[in-house]
Design a binder for this molecule. Structure first.
Ligand SMILES: *Cc1c(COP(=O)(O)O)cnc(C)c1O
Length: 462
């Protein structure tokens, strides 16, 4: 028997017992996490060295490795806590994480329909349903990306191909100061010079001013530029503010601009009646992105991109026709490798398909409606405190506030004092050029009593 024929070595690669042990630990974590403090559980000191060690020649011990991983996870912010309100992403739903595990475990080829047609049908059905949720017409299509960064890049490339072709030199695109930084990067990666970006002034309530956008577009045309892309926000990361989408859609149509709506954070709220109204106009977008790892509670890596006209994605991304000719038989199912920048790709649909079908839509609506209610309550309660001034009435579930008296320094100090209590984590963001404290309410386990307690902690820290 040669060294390559050792059956024990082969059997070891099946990792017996590992999945059960990993599942047991994850289940324990999911039971505990609602009660965990949002701060750091363990110092990272001494851990980094062990974690960074190169793999050895001999097999390691599964339990020991899982222990080490558990400590690594604990040596940072407990962002999975319902009281961690500093950032938008929240704890992933267990069902969504299990969907990701199943996708990786079964590991089907989902770039082209031939090898795993039913898995493609599942993904296509999910994305068509989402197109319907956002009111896009027949002919629209969806793809799953890692997140809004890649969704935005994909949309920008489709817009560039569709509206500019190769005439990119004098192109201009329109954003606001509240547009997420990933849009600027997407333009840069798409080969458009930084000088193409225009910052449209916002109105006092932090929304893009359509009249100002119209004037900028006109001035650019007069100067011989080629306006091609309007980037609107449906829930900014700073304050959750939704731009006036119907007016911006009308402007984009009139001017022949591609309208991309960043609903990375806000998109999930479309499932609720209030969210549907607040996101009205989004159905006129040429493209929009929604991060299911935000308002649909999936773990990271669940970015949804919806595009009004599937042909625009195909024209921008299709591989050479004969690249996969021997396997790709076509049919009605989408060839995802022709609709975005990836060929081999993870089957991300299970991160959404499993929780949506397992829990049902009402469960998602209930959580999202609760977040809208809690945000309204937090805004009222903080605004009613004599020492505080609340930011704009939340469109969705982000609340900002600052001290009624005191500059940025005093507000930063307040943020430090609140976070030092260990009871919650708040973030900070510039609102109308002034540092404000910010709470993002987006967690399935966050409820009214926890919110009221956190508001009391903030009041005591003043
Ligand atoms: C989070 C976020 C992004 C970036 O999304 P990633 O998934 O991190 O790439 C863009 N826009 C908004 C409004 C966001 O909240």
């Amino acid at each position: 028997m040669g060294p390559g024929d050792d059956p024990a070595a082969v059997a070891r690669l099946a990792a017996p017992g590992l999945v059960e042990e990993a599942a047991r630990r994850l289940a324990a974590y999911w039971r505990e996490v609602p009660g965990l403090a949002p701060g750091r559980a363990e110092s990272a000191r001494g851990l980094a060295e062990r974690l960074a060690a190169p793999p050895g020649e001999e097999p390691g011990d599964g339990e020991r490795l899982l222990d080490l991983l558990g400590r690594a996870v604990g040596a940072g912010e407990e962002t999975g806590s319902p009281r961690h309100l500093a950032y938008i992403p929240s704890a992933g739903l267990p069902a969504s994480a299990v969907g990701a595990l199943l996708a990786a475990g079964f590991n089907r080829v989902t770039a082209i329909p031939d090898l795993s047609p039913a898995m493609i049908a599942l993904e296509d059905g999910l994305l068509r349903w989402l197109c319907g949720v956002f009111g896009l017409p027949a002919g629209a299509i969806g793809t799953l990306q890692t997140g809004a960064s890649l969704s935005t890049l994909t949309a920008v490339v489709a817009a560039r191909e569709d509206r500019l072709g190769e005439a990119t030199a004098r192109a201009t695109a329109y954003t606001t100061v509240h547009t997420h930084e990933v849009a600027r990067r997407a333009l840069r990666v798409a080969g458009l010079p930084p000088s193409c970006l225009r910052t449209v002034p916002t109105t006092g309530d932090l929304r893009m001013d359509p009249a100002a956008a119209s004037r900028l577009i006109e001035a650019d045309r007069r100067a011989g530029r080629t306006p091609f892309l309007l980037l609107a926000n449906a829930g900014t990361a700073v304050s959750g503010t939704v731009d006036p989408l119907p007016e911006l859609a009308a402007l984009a149509r009139r001017e022949g601009l591609w309208l991309h709506v960043d609903a990375a954070y806000g998109g999930g709220f479309r499932l609720t009646e209030r969210g549907r109204r607040r996101l009205a106009g989004i159905e006129q977008a040429d493209s929009l992105c929604v991060d299911a790892h935000k308002s649909l509670f999936a773990p990271f890596g669940a970015g949804v991109l919806l595009v009004r006209d599937a042909a625009t994605l195909r024209r921008a991304f299709a591989l050479e026709a004969d690249c996969m000719a021997e396997v790709s038989g076509g049919g009605d199912l989408p060839t995802y490798s022709d609709l975005g920048p990836e060929l081999s790709r993870e089957s991300r649909a299970l991160r959404l398909w499993l929780p949506l079908h397992l829990h049902g839509l009402r469960a998602f609506r209930e959580v999202l409606d609760r977040m809208l209610d809690l945000a309204a309550e937090a805004h009222r309660a903080l605004g009613a405190h004599p020492a505080l001034r609340a930011g704009p009435v939340p469109d969705l579930s982000i609340v900002t506030f600052r001290l009624r008296h005191g500059g940025d320094r005093a507000n930063r100090d307040l943020l430090r004092r609140v976070n030092a209590t260990g009871a919650l984590r708040l973030g900070g963001a510039p609102v109308n050029g002034r540092f404000s404290l910010r709470m993002c309410l987006l967690h399935p386990q966050l409820d009214r009593s926890a919110l009221r307690e956190m508001v009391r902690v903030i009041a005591r820290a003043l």
